[in-house]
Ligand binder design. Structure first.
Ligand code: DAH
Length: 335
Protein backbone atom coordinates (compact mmCIF):
# COMPACT_ATOMS: atom_id res chain seq x y z
CA UNK A 1 0.00 0.00 0.00
CA UNK A 2 2.84 2.29 0.92
CA UNK A 3 4.26 1.72 -2.48
CA UNK A 4 1.05 2.85 -4.14
CA UNK A 5 0.89 6.02 -2.08
CA UNK A 6 4.48 6.83 -3.08
CA UNK A 7 3.66 6.16 -6.70
CA UNK A 8 0.66 8.52 -6.74
CA UNK A 9 2.72 11.18 -4.97
CA UNK A 10 5.30 10.95 -7.73
CA UNK A 11 2.61 11.16 -10.40
CA UNK A 12 1.23 14.33 -8.83
CA UNK A 13 4.68 15.92 -8.65
CA UNK A 14 5.46 15.07 -12.27
CA UNK A 15 2.15 16.32 -13.58
CA UNK A 16 2.36 19.43 -15.77
CA UNK A 17 -0.80 21.46 -15.98
CA UNK A 18 -0.63 24.00 -18.74
CA UNK A 19 -4.19 24.25 -19.95
CA UNK A 20 -7.68 24.13 -18.52
CA UNK A 21 -8.17 20.67 -20.09
CA UNK A 22 -5.16 19.35 -18.25
CA UNK A 23 -6.41 20.92 -15.04
CA UNK A 24 -9.71 19.06 -15.37
CA UNK A 25 -7.90 15.81 -16.18
CA UNK A 26 -5.83 16.24 -13.03
CA UNK A 27 -8.96 16.78 -10.93
CA UNK A 28 -10.59 13.66 -12.33
CA UNK A 29 -7.51 11.54 -11.81
CA UNK A 30 -6.70 12.53 -8.25
CA UNK A 31 -9.53 14.45 -6.60
CA UNK A 32 -12.83 13.14 -7.90
CA UNK A 33 -14.87 10.49 -6.11
CA UNK A 34 -13.59 7.89 -8.55
CA UNK A 35 -10.07 9.28 -8.45
CA UNK A 36 -7.07 7.23 -7.40
CA UNK A 37 -6.79 8.75 -3.92
CA UNK A 38 -10.41 8.12 -3.09
CA UNK A 39 -9.89 4.52 -4.24
CA UNK A 40 -7.16 4.08 -1.67
CA UNK A 41 -9.45 5.25 1.11
CA UNK A 42 -11.57 2.17 0.39
CA UNK A 43 -8.73 0.00 1.65
CA UNK A 44 -8.96 1.57 5.13
CA UNK A 45 -11.22 -1.20 6.33
CA UNK A 46 -8.72 -3.87 5.41
CA UNK A 47 -5.76 -2.26 7.14
CA UNK A 48 -4.78 -3.84 10.50
CA UNK A 49 -5.78 -1.67 13.48
CA UNK A 50 -2.22 -0.86 14.44
CA UNK A 51 -1.38 0.65 11.07
CA UNK A 52 -4.68 2.42 10.47
CA UNK A 53 -3.68 5.73 11.96
CA UNK A 54 -0.43 5.95 10.02
CA UNK A 55 -2.11 4.89 6.79
CA UNK A 56 -4.89 7.44 7.25
CA UNK A 57 -2.38 10.16 7.91
CA UNK A 58 -0.37 9.50 4.78
CA UNK A 59 -3.52 9.30 2.68
CA UNK A 60 -4.67 12.68 4.01
CA UNK A 61 -1.29 14.16 3.21
CA UNK A 62 -1.54 12.82 -0.29
CA UNK A 63 -4.98 14.34 -0.70
CA UNK A 64 -3.70 17.66 0.55
CA UNK A 65 -0.82 17.57 -1.93
CA UNK A 66 -3.24 16.92 -4.78
CA UNK A 67 -5.57 19.69 -3.64
CA UNK A 68 -2.75 22.25 -3.30
CA UNK A 69 -1.34 21.36 -6.69
CA UNK A 70 -4.78 21.74 -8.18
CA UNK A 71 -5.42 25.11 -6.48
CA UNK A 72 -2.10 26.59 -7.57
CA UNK A 73 -2.54 25.46 -11.14
CA UNK A 74 -6.01 26.95 -11.17
CA UNK A 75 -4.74 30.35 -10.08
CA UNK A 76 -2.02 30.18 -12.71
CA UNK A 77 -4.63 29.37 -15.34
CA UNK A 78 -6.70 32.44 -14.55
CA UNK A 79 -6.01 35.99 -15.82
CA UNK A 80 -3.59 36.42 -18.67
CA UNK A 81 -1.89 33.10 -18.09
CA UNK A 82 -4.83 31.25 -19.56
CA UNK A 83 -4.55 33.23 -22.74
CA UNK A 84 -0.81 33.14 -22.99
CA UNK A 85 -0.28 29.51 -22.16
CA UNK A 86 -3.16 28.10 -24.12
CA UNK A 87 -2.21 30.18 -27.12
CA UNK A 88 1.30 28.71 -26.85
CA UNK A 89 2.92 32.13 -26.77
CA UNK A 90 6.56 32.28 -25.77
CA UNK A 91 6.44 34.42 -22.66
CA UNK A 92 10.23 34.37 -22.36
CA UNK A 93 10.59 36.67 -25.40
CA UNK A 94 11.52 40.28 -24.67
CA UNK A 95 8.92 42.89 -25.54
CA UNK A 96 9.28 45.22 -28.52
CA UNK A 97 11.06 48.42 -27.53
CA UNK A 98 9.09 51.61 -28.05
CA UNK A 99 10.83 54.67 -29.52
CA UNK A 100 11.85 57.05 -26.74
CA UNK A 101 12.17 60.78 -27.32
CA UNK A 102 15.11 62.82 -26.06
CA UNK A 103 15.60 66.36 -24.84
CA UNK A 104 17.24 68.55 -27.49
CA UNK A 105 20.85 69.41 -26.55
CA UNK A 106 20.06 73.14 -26.72
CA UNK A 107 17.10 72.73 -24.35
CA UNK A 108 19.31 70.69 -22.07
CA UNK A 109 22.07 73.30 -22.11
CA UNK A 110 19.61 76.11 -21.53
CA UNK A 111 18.06 74.26 -18.61
CA UNK A 112 21.49 73.81 -17.04
CA UNK A 113 22.27 77.49 -17.52
CA UNK A 114 18.98 78.53 -15.96
CA UNK A 115 19.61 76.27 -12.97
CA UNK A 116 22.98 77.90 -12.39
CA UNK A 117 21.54 81.41 -12.57
CA UNK A 118 18.65 80.55 -10.27
CA UNK A 119 21.31 79.59 -7.74
CA UNK A 120 22.99 82.95 -8.22
CA UNK A 121 19.70 84.76 -7.55
CA UNK A 122 18.58 85.66 -11.09
CA UNK A 123 14.97 85.43 -12.23
CA UNK A 124 13.76 85.08 -15.82
CA UNK A 125 12.41 87.81 -18.11
CA UNK A 126 11.10 87.65 -21.64
CA UNK A 127 10.65 89.93 -24.66
CA UNK A 128 9.36 89.83 -28.26
CA UNK A 129 11.30 88.32 -31.16
CA UNK A 130 9.97 90.96 -33.55
CA UNK A 131 11.43 94.20 -32.23
CA UNK A 132 11.30 97.82 -33.18
CA UNK A 133 14.42 99.72 -34.12
CA UNK A 134 14.38 101.68 -30.86
CA UNK A 135 14.69 98.66 -28.56
CA UNK A 136 16.99 96.63 -30.80
CA UNK A 137 19.36 99.49 -31.63
CA UNK A 138 18.70 103.10 -30.62
CA UNK A 139 18.15 102.60 -26.89
CA UNK A 140 21.23 100.40 -26.84
CA UNK A 141 23.35 103.33 -27.96
CA UNK A 142 23.95 102.21 -31.54
CA UNK A 143 24.97 105.27 -33.57
CA UNK A 144 22.65 105.82 -36.57
CA UNK A 145 25.16 104.55 -39.11
CA UNK A 146 26.47 101.59 -37.09
CA UNK A 147 27.30 98.65 -39.39
CA UNK A 148 25.15 96.27 -37.34
CA UNK A 149 22.06 98.08 -38.61
CA UNK A 150 23.10 97.18 -42.09
CA UNK A 151 20.77 94.86 -43.97
CA UNK A 152 23.69 92.41 -44.09
CA UNK A 153 23.06 91.47 -40.49
CA UNK A 154 19.46 92.33 -39.83
CA UNK A 155 16.26 90.73 -41.07
CA UNK A 156 13.88 93.64 -41.57
CA UNK A 157 10.19 92.97 -41.08
CA UNK A 158 9.20 96.51 -42.01
CA UNK A 159 11.39 99.27 -43.39
CA UNK A 160 9.66 102.44 -44.50
CA UNK A 161 11.06 105.56 -46.13
CA UNK A 162 8.86 107.58 -43.83
CA UNK A 163 10.96 108.21 -40.67
CA UNK A 164 7.84 108.45 -38.48
CA UNK A 165 7.04 104.77 -39.14
CA UNK A 166 9.45 102.73 -37.00
CA UNK A 167 11.43 99.89 -38.55
CA UNK A 168 10.58 96.41 -37.33
CA UNK A 169 13.27 93.74 -37.22
CA UNK A 170 13.76 90.17 -36.09
CA UNK A 171 15.79 90.92 -33.00
CA UNK A 172 19.49 90.49 -33.67
CA UNK A 173 20.27 89.91 -29.99
CA UNK A 174 18.48 89.56 -26.63
CA UNK A 175 19.82 92.92 -25.38
CA UNK A 176 16.54 94.79 -26.22
CA UNK A 177 14.88 92.79 -23.43
CA UNK A 178 17.16 94.72 -21.03
CA UNK A 179 15.54 97.95 -22.19
CA UNK A 180 12.01 96.56 -21.90
CA UNK A 181 12.77 95.32 -18.40
CA UNK A 182 14.14 98.66 -17.20
CA UNK A 183 11.21 100.50 -18.78
CA UNK A 184 8.74 98.61 -16.64
CA UNK A 185 10.69 97.76 -13.49
CA UNK A 186 12.69 99.98 -11.16
CA UNK A 187 16.03 98.67 -9.82
CA UNK A 188 17.13 96.45 -8.21
CA UNK A 189 16.99 94.12 -11.21
CA UNK A 190 18.68 90.75 -11.43
CA UNK A 191 17.32 88.84 -14.42
CA UNK A 192 18.34 86.53 -17.21
CA UNK A 193 16.58 86.71 -20.56
CA UNK A 194 16.90 83.59 -22.70
CA UNK A 195 15.62 83.55 -26.27
CA UNK A 196 16.04 83.20 -30.02
CA UNK A 197 17.85 85.78 -32.10
CA UNK A 198 18.23 86.14 -35.87
CA UNK A 199 21.02 87.33 -38.15
CA UNK A 200 21.09 87.53 -41.89
CA UNK A 201 24.33 85.57 -42.17
CA UNK A 202 25.58 82.96 -44.59
CA UNK A 203 25.05 79.48 -43.16
CA UNK A 204 28.32 77.71 -42.38
CA UNK A 205 29.63 75.26 -39.73
CA UNK A 206 30.23 78.30 -37.53
CA UNK A 207 27.19 80.47 -38.15
CA UNK A 208 23.47 80.05 -38.64
CA UNK A 209 20.72 82.59 -39.30
CA UNK A 210 19.08 81.81 -36.00
CA UNK A 211 20.60 81.02 -32.64
CA UNK A 212 19.98 81.47 -28.93
CA UNK A 213 21.31 83.86 -26.34
CA UNK A 214 20.99 84.23 -22.61
CA UNK A 215 21.05 87.91 -21.74
CA UNK A 216 21.62 89.03 -18.16
CA UNK A 217 21.10 92.33 -16.42
CA UNK A 218 22.01 93.24 -12.88
CA UNK A 219 21.22 96.79 -11.80
CA UNK A 220 21.55 98.13 -8.27
CA UNK A 221 23.56 100.63 -6.30
CA UNK A 222 27.34 100.05 -6.30
CA UNK A 223 27.44 97.20 -8.82
CA UNK A 224 31.05 96.89 -10.02
CA UNK A 225 33.22 95.13 -12.62
CA UNK A 226 34.35 92.83 -9.80
CA UNK A 227 30.74 91.62 -9.43
CA UNK A 228 30.57 90.98 -13.16
CA UNK A 229 33.83 89.03 -13.24
CA UNK A 230 32.87 86.99 -10.20
CA UNK A 231 29.50 86.06 -11.72
CA UNK A 232 31.03 85.01 -15.03
CA UNK A 233 33.79 82.96 -13.45
CA UNK A 234 31.32 81.25 -11.12
CA UNK A 235 29.14 80.44 -14.12
CA UNK A 236 31.86 78.80 -16.22
CA UNK A 237 33.13 76.79 -13.26
CA UNK A 238 29.66 75.46 -12.51
CA UNK A 239 29.00 74.77 -16.19
CA UNK A 240 32.30 73.14 -17.16
CA UNK A 241 33.97 72.19 -13.88
CA UNK A 242 36.45 74.07 -11.72
CA UNK A 243 39.40 73.19 -13.99
CA UNK A 244 37.93 75.07 -16.97
CA UNK A 245 40.42 77.30 -18.78
CA UNK A 246 39.01 80.77 -19.50
CA UNK A 247 40.11 84.29 -20.25
CA UNK A 248 38.49 87.73 -20.14
CA UNK A 249 39.45 90.17 -22.90
CA UNK A 250 38.71 93.87 -23.27
CA UNK A 251 36.20 94.48 -26.06
CA UNK A 252 33.75 97.04 -27.41
CA UNK A 253 29.95 97.17 -27.45
CA UNK A 254 27.94 100.39 -27.86
CA UNK A 255 25.81 99.57 -24.82
CA UNK A 256 28.56 98.79 -22.28
CA UNK A 257 31.59 100.64 -20.97
CA UNK A 258 33.98 99.04 -20.22
CA UNK A 259 33.23 95.89 -22.24
CA UNK A 260 34.64 92.39 -21.89
CA UNK A 261 34.49 89.16 -23.82
CA UNK A 262 35.00 85.73 -22.32
CA UNK A 263 36.70 82.85 -24.12
CA UNK A 264 36.95 79.21 -23.13
CA UNK A 265 39.80 76.95 -24.20
CA UNK A 266 38.49 74.20 -26.48
CA UNK A 267 40.50 71.03 -27.05
CA UNK A 268 43.49 69.51 -25.31
CA UNK A 269 46.10 71.62 -23.50
CA UNK A 270 48.54 71.42 -26.41
CA UNK A 271 46.12 71.23 -29.31
CA UNK A 272 43.14 73.53 -28.92
CA UNK A 273 41.87 77.06 -29.43
CA UNK A 274 39.97 79.85 -27.70
CA UNK A 275 36.23 79.94 -28.32
CA UNK A 276 34.30 83.08 -27.50
CA UNK A 277 31.17 82.39 -25.45
CA UNK A 278 29.88 85.81 -24.44
CA UNK A 279 30.05 89.57 -24.52
CA UNK A 280 29.56 91.61 -21.38
CA UNK A 281 30.27 94.88 -19.65
CA UNK A 282 29.06 97.67 -17.37
CA UNK A 283 25.83 99.21 -18.62
CA UNK A 284 26.53 102.46 -20.49
CA UNK A 285 24.90 105.55 -18.86
CA UNK A 286 23.23 106.34 -22.22
CA UNK A 287 21.39 103.00 -22.03
CA UNK A 288 20.20 103.79 -18.52
CA UNK A 289 18.92 107.17 -19.64
CA UNK A 290 17.11 105.73 -22.67
CA UNK A 291 15.29 103.30 -20.35
CA UNK A 292 14.44 105.73 -17.55
CA UNK A 293 17.04 104.65 -14.98
CA UNK A 294 19.15 107.29 -13.23
CA UNK A 295 22.84 106.58 -13.97
CA UNK A 296 23.90 108.79 -11.05
CA UNK A 297 22.12 106.51 -8.63
CA UNK A 298 22.57 103.09 -10.20
CA UNK A 299 25.18 101.01 -11.94
CA UNK A 300 24.88 97.60 -13.47
CA UNK A 301 26.40 94.86 -15.56
CA UNK A 302 25.04 92.93 -18.51
CA UNK A 303 26.03 90.04 -20.71
CA UNK A 304 24.84 88.11 -23.71
CA UNK A 305 25.86 84.45 -23.93
CA UNK A 306 25.59 82.24 -26.98
CA UNK A 307 23.72 79.07 -26.02
CA UNK A 308 24.96 77.18 -29.12
CA UNK A 309 28.55 78.11 -28.25
CA UNK A 310 28.08 76.89 -24.69
CA UNK A 311 26.54 73.61 -25.93
CA UNK A 312 29.27 73.13 -28.56
CA UNK A 313 31.87 73.31 -25.82
CA UNK A 314 29.89 71.17 -23.43
CA UNK A 315 29.29 68.33 -25.89
CA UNK A 316 32.25 68.67 -28.27
CA UNK A 317 30.15 69.51 -31.34
CA UNK A 318 31.98 70.95 -34.35
CA UNK A 319 29.17 72.11 -36.65
CA UNK A 320 26.45 74.50 -35.44
CA UNK A 321 24.03 73.42 -38.20
CA UNK A 322 23.56 69.99 -36.61
CA UNK A 323 21.41 71.58 -33.89
CA UNK A 324 18.77 72.38 -36.51
CA UNK A 325 18.91 69.30 -38.75
CA UNK A 326 16.64 67.19 -36.53
CA UNK A 327 18.79 64.19 -37.36
CA UNK A 328 17.59 61.41 -35.10
CA UNK A 329 21.08 59.87 -34.97
CA UNK A 330 22.40 63.06 -33.39
CA UNK A 331 19.42 63.66 -31.11
CA UNK A 332 19.38 60.07 -29.81
CA UNK A 333 22.78 60.66 -28.24
CA UNK A 334 21.20 62.98 -25.69
CA UNK A 335 18.76 60.55 -24.07
N1 DAH B 1 24.27 91.71 -27.68
C1 DAH B 1 25.64 91.31 -27.91
C2 DAH B 1 25.69 90.45 -29.16
O1 DAH B 1 24.70 89.92 -29.56
C3 DAH B 1 26.15 90.51 -26.77
C4 DAH B 1 26.30 91.36 -25.54
C5 DAH B 1 27.48 92.01 -25.29
C6 DAH B 1 25.25 91.50 -24.64
C7 DAH B 1 27.65 92.79 -24.16
C8 DAH B 1 25.40 92.27 -23.51
C9 DAH B 1 26.62 92.91 -23.28
O2 DAH B 1 24.44 92.43 -22.62
O3 DAH B 1 26.75 93.64 -22.16
O4 DAH B 1 26.74 90.30 -29.71
Amino acid sequence: MKQEIAQIKQQIKNYTISSSDELEAFRLQFLSKKGSIQELFKFMKKIPKKEKAAFGKSLNELKKLAQNTFDQAKVAQSDTHTVLLSAKDDISLTSLSLPVGSVHPLTKTLQEMKNIFYRLGFNIADGPEVEDDFHNFTALNFPPNHPARDTQDTFFIRKDENPTIPDLVLRTHTSPVQIRLMEKQAPPIRSIMPGRVYRNEAVSPKSYFLFHQVEALYVDQHVSVADLKESLITFVKLMYGSDVIYRLRPSYFPFTEPSLEMDIWWGSKTNGKWLEILGSGMVDPNVFMASGVDPEQYSGFAWGMGVERIAILKYGISDIRIFYDNDIRFLNQFI
